[in-house]
Ligand binder design. Structure first.
Ligand code: ASP
Length: 323
């Protein structure tokens, strides 16, 4: 009798879980951003979260869980209940941190369900407005001559700004003092205040500062110029090779999130990315929205794997590790 009752309870529980998954969502959900509010990842998150709220019928609240290197956000989401009410937005750092960190407390390949790829954003090398150099050539001469004095701001090991800085330093064979922040929003504040000298940050955050002349800009990390910043030359066209990088973003859920819930998240993200205002906003910020074929769990998984394989040897060569 007891066995029968417990199996009935188990079936009932499974059915109510399945019913909950079918009815999902019945309340607001949280999108975790692993960096500070007001920065580039936060900007992408807010655009996507707002647009996903419509098809989901509930608000997607952006929750900043900042840390240097962005490593606490994924860990938090990994440990969250896999019910679709906590999801993660993250960038290329999901692919670089497994090589950069000796003791990473999450595994990007086994601790998450994939929702899809969102967009790709180039980076720009920017400096404080009082930097005397007027172009990349002068800037390189200046920082090489002052390499013991200049400071480079980044968002910690694992951030896009760290990766770009690492590529830049190895391209010009010069090391600088780096100052880590919990996101490039606070780093930008210090750059505007002149407390640090330069950084490499995503156009999603830097476009307005460049347009208003509050920072000096020396080049963009994409292969072609972007339409939102037509006067900013690429690093490549100025002869600097090896510092090209595009910062891609993806959406993840904790491992074990039920399939009907994931399907709803996937279709809501895809609907958000079809929204013309979302696409326009991204274009204005220099970002390229991925096509529908890449806005899928399989495409994100394949891209993540390829990027881990791509960056591992470069990181090992640079010899930059953290615990
Ligand atoms: N994207 C991060 C932020 O939002 C910074 C970085 O990756 O460099 O602050």
């Amino acid at each position: 009798m007891r066995v029968l009752l417990s199996s009935i309870t188990a079936v009932a529980l499974a059915l109510s879980g399945a019913a909950a998954a079918q009815q999902y969502p019945t309340r607001n959900l949280n999108m975790v951003v692993p960096y500070a509010a007001g920065g580039p990842t936060d900007t992408v998150a807010r655009v996507v979260a707002q647009a996903m709220g419509k098809p989901l019928g509930h608000t997607v609240i952006v929750e900043n869980r900042p840390s240097a290197g962005g490593i606490l956000g994924p860990e938090y989401v990994k440990n969250a209940k896999p019910d679709g009410y906590t999801i993660l937005i993250h960038h290329i750092g999901m692919a670089t941190t497994p090589t950069l960190y000796r003791n990473l407390r999450y595994n990007p390949l086994t601790d998450f369900e994939y929702i899809g790829l969102i967009n790709e954003v180039p980076m720009v090398i920017v400096a404080k407005s009082t930097m005397p150099a007027k172009d990349l050539k002068e800037f390189l001469a200046y920082i090489k001559a002052n390499k013991d004095k200049v400071s480079y701001a980044n968002a910690g090991i694992g951030a896009a700004s760290h990766l770009c800085g690492m590529l830049f330093m190895s391209a010009i064979q010069t090391d600088f003092l780096t100052v880590p922040y919990k996101g490039t929003a606070p780093a930008m504040n210090d750059l505007l205040g002149g407390q640090v000298d330069f950084m490499c940050d995503q156009t999603t955050s830097t476009t307005s500062q460049i347009k208003s002349g509050k920072v000096k800009v020396y080049g963009i990390t994409s292969a072609q110029r972007v339409s939102s910043l037509p006067d900013v030359p690429t690093l490549q066209e100025q002869g600097l090779k090896g510092a090209d990088v595009g910062i891609w973003h993806g959406l993840y859920a904790p491992k074990g999130t039920p399939k009907p819930v994931l399907d709803k998240l996937v279709s809501s993200m895809q609907e958000a990315l079809r929204d013309p205002t979302v696409r326009q906003r991204f274009t204005d910020l220099g970002a390229v929205t991925y096509g529908p074929e890449r806005q899928t769990p399989a495409a994100l998984e394949a891209h993540l794997k390829a990027e881990i394989a791509k960056w591992a040897p470069l990181i090992k060569k640079a010899g930059q590790y953290a615990d």
